[in-house]
Design a protein around this ligand. Structure first.
Ligand code: SME
Length: 157
């Protein structure tokens, strides 16, 4: 039985430091991937209030929409397309301060202004990505990258 999420205030670093052990605890003893991905998106959305937090899972030639919180989104993204497909292709985190300046950005919501995409890598292969959208410009930085990469490493796949 999950406890309510403890929403914290303070600096972004402090918020992540409170959130990380809670996300770890939520996943402990739960082997179901979809359940764990769903709770990660819920925890991040509740804590930070971003527009959209969700996973896409690599299936054959596409990233396919997986658990998310926020407005409805594109269901499939090919490798190399948009921010998500570029993160998959490069196997690296991409921080986009202004989505309008990212060539090929896929606009699932006109409200999205900045974005971060973190690849989930196992055995050197990208198997999914975590995508987060914000309604404000310049929302994400290397602090987000550091902690979000830690979160996706915690997922038992
Ligand atoms: N903006 C993403 C598409 C996914 S949605 O933001 C949920 C991209 O350019 O890949």
């Amino acid at each position: 039985m999950a406890e309510d999420l403890m929403i914290s205030s303070g600096t972004k670093t402090e918020q992540y430091q409170t959130l990380l052990p809670q996300i770890k605890a939520l996943m402990e003893g739960e082997p179901d991937l979809i359940a764990n991905l769903a709770n990660i998106t819920g925890a991040l959305k509740e804590q930070f209030g971003w527009l959209w937090v969700g996973f896409y899972i690599v299936k054959q030639e596409d990233l396919v929409l997986a658990p998310f919180q926020g407005p409805v989104a594109c269901t499939r993204i090919p490798k190399g397309k948009g921010v998500c497909g570029s993160s998959w292709e490069s196997a690296s985190t991409i921080i986009v301060p202004d989505v309008e300046k990212f060539p090929g950005h896929i606009a699932c919501s006109s409200l999205s202004k900045s974005e971060i995409v973190i690849p989930v890598i196992r055995n050197n292969i990208v198997i999914a990505i975590l995508d987060i959208d914000s309604t404000a410009l310049n929302t994400f930085d290397t602090t987000d990258q550091f902690y979000l990469e830690k979160i996706v490493e915690m997922i038992t796949w």
